[in-house]
Design a protein around this ligand. Structure first.
Ligand code: NBG
Length: 823
């Protein structure tokens, strides 16, 4: 803008002049064009969200401007999933505007909580991996780190789960139907992403071969930005999600042939890239569209990073000093050869310099050790879709093989294991984890045990050849969302006693240990749990036709359905309880409500059958007057972030019962403990660290260890032995197998019985007895209300290490080498 001209842009002072109520009213009138006669609850939600976004805008601009001007080092968090949940509540809390918005709506006759129910969850993820990315975004803003999230704007997020006759039914999650008030579409930030085509070789002036990717099919990536405000600190970072759009040139041939309609039809094809999130948790599906999604978002993101880099830098050698890129699992690992391609083919670098920049830039987080979950792509598929990338991957592999041969001279089979390529009769596959490990300067696991397993059992050779590269970063959760926002009553009680520093510094919570003998505090603590149970019921009971007893023990397992998470073991315990009550109802000292929630991947037959079993058992119990009031099983359908915020604060007992060695970390376990639930769990993932923090007396640990499982498996495990030797277990399996719970659909549970008796890959039978004992012990403890309350307080008090602020601090210090902005 020419100097001395009047600026049309706002100044800080002017922006702050408009009151929230004016902004709210203006959005209703001017954006939504609604009046008293036509306004809906959703309009109110939209208008208040837009008004809050107005409040964010200035700081958002200022934050981004400051990052540009200072040319500070940034981190880019690349993730195919961001499970953001609802945005209004968290924005209100982080901006400190909750009370003001509440009052404002009340004065117009609306209730903020009710209006918030209108907001669809931004469900762009499956489970823990996507939610972790969302918590990390929030912490990076709170810690004032120059951070950028990059992903895909799926038109359909994780499917809506309905239940019909006890079976899971998937329905499309049309979360954008009413538009998204939080996003800012930036059509000017559009990049072209190439696919297919061929590679042309030519020689430059110095006689060096150069490569050109030609005759490609192109797709456009359009930026949609979501603001991520930090907790009361004026920092607003950006989550940039790409939407796929067809290019105009894409269908030139059709146009030339005068076939207008086919051309438009084909347009749709390229736009399917950002249509839908793949609903598989932990197990990849290997579909071409998925690989297209991966490259689509990686290519747009790298172009964007480089565009921004070039605004303030000329020498690419400093690229890693200005940019860190974190790969959230191997899903974005194609970024490694893509950066190599850009550096060599577009920027003219030699291999060694390009490789040095690439390795220094990337870091990779592994989220699973389930072997079949490690991503592999057929070489033939990548060759067609990304011909230049395959050449580069081959070269990376060749050079790495030469390097280790020279340094370590390992035997041939080891060389094969360490190769990016897995040879197979049907053609080679490309192992994305191997590519990510070789191309990154840091590889981290997400809990201590998980990192140890990666180092010792999954990638031991890489670990010994790459000293220092493997490291641990135990996961964490956002305290703002999962305590302050999810449990307002408990937050207020805590703040009333120790002040509010804990919201930014979770270590402060230790101070509530002072009140272990304070009866008034303990009474309030207990009553809040009860009030949260009632709140949960108000939230779900009408929709689901449940009744819940707030004086029963709420025993909760909410997470994705997967055999390794062992919802089945939980069901066996329920049936066991049912049998005991049938024998002698007097045995029950504490009525129990067992709560399940979670989605199964649509193609995961066994997981879906376990959901059906839960419904069948629940129905049998409901229809049996003998157990009425003593035992209740409910399945809360369509579990997601917002439901978690209601369910977790209402729970007494947190089920974290995965087969040891299989749950990389878990983060639900942390959310429950933070809200004062006691964990019943195995020595797996972050449960181990939770135990270390809360103390052995304040957690119910049971079952085989990861080492024990490995030993048993190699010694030849026979689950039938447990069936033969344990009469209670025998009876339970017998009941399932003889259709006790499914009289109208005989035989449906046979696959479950067969798995339990003849394979039992996840050691349900072996852990059954120990689990029952732990459950009994938990129940006895619960009978002593005062003791339980003390343990509950101690769980909350000792959660310091599970804050995502701590996790992000470690990433920024150990891996990214970035500083809080302005410090
Ligand atoms: C999941 C693990 C969890 C872990 C989250 C976040 C995948 C592939 N992995 O145990 O199963 O807590 O990642 O790290 O979804």
């Amino acid at each position: 803008m020419p100097k001395n001209q009047k600026s049309i842009f706002f100044t800080d002072a002017k922006v702050k002049q408009s009151s929230l109520v004016t902004q709210f009213a203006e959005h209703l009138e001017f954006d939504l064009v609604k009046d008293r006669a036509t306004v809906t609850g959703h309009d109110i939600l939209k208008a208040i969200s837009l008004a809050i976004k107005d409040r964010i805008a200035r700081n958002w601009l200022k934050t981004q401007h400051a990052y540009q001007e200072s040319n500070a080092k940034r981190v880019h968090y690349l993730s195919l999933e961001f499970l953001m949940g609802s945005l209004l509540g968290n924005s209100l809390i982080n901006l400190g505007l909750y009370d003001e918005a509440n009052k404002l709506l009340k004065s117009f006759g609306y209730d903020l909580e009710t209006i918030m129910k209108e907001e669809p969850d931004m469900g762009l993820g499956n489970g823990g991996l996507g939610r972790l990315a969302a918590c990390f975004m929030e912490s990076m803003s709170t810690l004032e780190l120059p951070a950028f999230g990059y992903g895909i704007l799926y038109e359909f997020g994780i499917f809506d789960q309905d239940i019909e006759n006890g079976y899971q039914v998937e329905k499309p999650d049309h979360w954008l139907r009413y538009g998204n008030p939080w996003e800012v579409v930036r059509p000017e930030m559009t990049y072209t992403v190439k696919f297919n085509g061929a590679i042309e070789t030519f020689y430059d002036a110095s006689g060096r071969p150069r490569y050109k990717w030609v005759n490609t099919d192109d797709v456009l990536a359009i930026a949609h930005d979501i603001p991520v405000p930090g907790y009361q600190n004026d920092t607003v970072n950006t989550l940039r999600l790409w939407q796929a759009k067809a290019t105009d040139e894409f269908n030139l041939n059709y146009f030339n042939q005068g076939n207008y309609l086919s051309a438009v039809e084909n347009k749709n094809l390229s736009e399917t890239i950002s249509k839908v999130l793949y609903p598989n948790d932990s197990i990849p599906q290997g579909k071409t569209l998925r690989l297209r999604q991966q490259y689509f978002f990686v290519s747009a993101t790298l172009q964007d990073i480089i565009y921004n880099f070039k605004l303030y830098n000329t020498d690419f050698k400093v690229f890693p000093e200005k940019n860190a890129i974190q790969l959230n699992d191997t899903h974005p690992a194609i970024a490694i050869p893509d950066l190599m391609r850009i550096l060599m083919d577009d920027e003219g670098f030699e291999w060694n310099d390009a490789w040095d920049i690439t390795q220094k830039t990337f870091a990779y987080t592994n989220h699973t050790i389930v072997p079949e979950a490690l991503e592999e792509w057929p070489e033939s598929l990548i060759s067609t879709l990304l011909p230049r990338h395959v050449q580069i991957i081959r070269e990376i592999d060749k050079r790495y093989q030469e390097e280790i041969k020279e340094k370590h001279n390992p035997p041939e089979e080891l060389l094969e294991k360490l190769s990016i390529f897995r040879k197979d009769l049907n053609g080679n596959s490309i192992r994305m984890a191997n590519l990510a490990i070789i191309g990154s300067h840091s590889v981290n696991g997400v809990a201590e045990l998980h990192t140890e397993i990666l180092k010792k059992h999954i990638f031991p050779e890489y670990n010994s050849y790459m000293p220092g590269k493997f490291n641990n970063k135990t996961n964490g959760i956002s305290v703002r969302r999962f305590l302050k926002q999810a449990n307002p009553m408990l937050s207020d009680l805590i703040t009333e006693r120790i002040g509010n520093k804990w919201i930014k510094d979770l270590g402060e919570l230790r101070k509530i240990e002072k009140y272990l003998k304070d009866n008034d505090f303990k009474e309030k603590w207990k009553n809040i749990k009860r009030a949260n149970k009632i709140r949960l019921c108000e939230y779900i009971c009408d929709d689901n036709n449940f009744q819940l007893n707030p004086d029963s023990l709420f025993d909760t397992q909410v997470k994705r359905f997967h055999e390794y998470k062992r919802q089945l073991l939980n069901v066996l315990h329920v049936i066991h309880k049912y049998n005991l009550i049938k024998e002698n109802p007097e045995i029950v000292k504490v009525p129990r409500t067992v709560i399940f929630g979670g989605k199964a991947a649509p193609s995961y037959i066994m997981a879906k059958l376990i959901i059906k079993l839960i419904h069948s058992v629940s129905e049998t119990i409901d229809n049996d007057p003998d157990v009425n009031g003593l035992l209740k099983v409910i399945f809360i359908k369509n579990y997601g972030v917002t439901l978690a915020e209601k369910i977790i604060p209402a729970s007494d007992l947190s089920e974290q019962i995965s087969t040891a060695g299989f749950e990389a970390s878990g983060t639900g376990n942390m959310k429950f403990a933070l809200n004062g639930a006691l964990t019943i769990g195995t020595l797996d993932g972050a449960n181990i660290e939770i135990k270390n923090e809360v103390g052995d007396d304040n957690i119910f640990i049971f079952g085989l260890t990861a080492g024990g499982i490995m030993q048993k498996r190699s010694a030849g495990y026979s689950p039938a032995e447990y069936y033969e030797s344990n009469p209670a277990l025998h009876k339970i399996v017998e009941m399932i197998s003889t259709n006790f719970f499914n009289k109208t659909e005989p035989g449906i549970f046979e696959p479950i019985v067969n798995e339990l008796l003849y394979r039992d890959y996840y050691f349900v039978m072996a852990d059954f007895d120990a689990y029952i004992k732990a459950q009994n012990f938990a129940e006895e403890t619960y009978l002593n209300t005062d003791l339980w309350t003390i343990k509950s307080i101690l769980n909350t008090a000792r959660m310091e290490m599970f804050s995502s602020d701590r996790a992000i601090h470690e990433y920024s210090k150990d891996i990214w080498d970035i500083e809080p902005f302005g410090k």
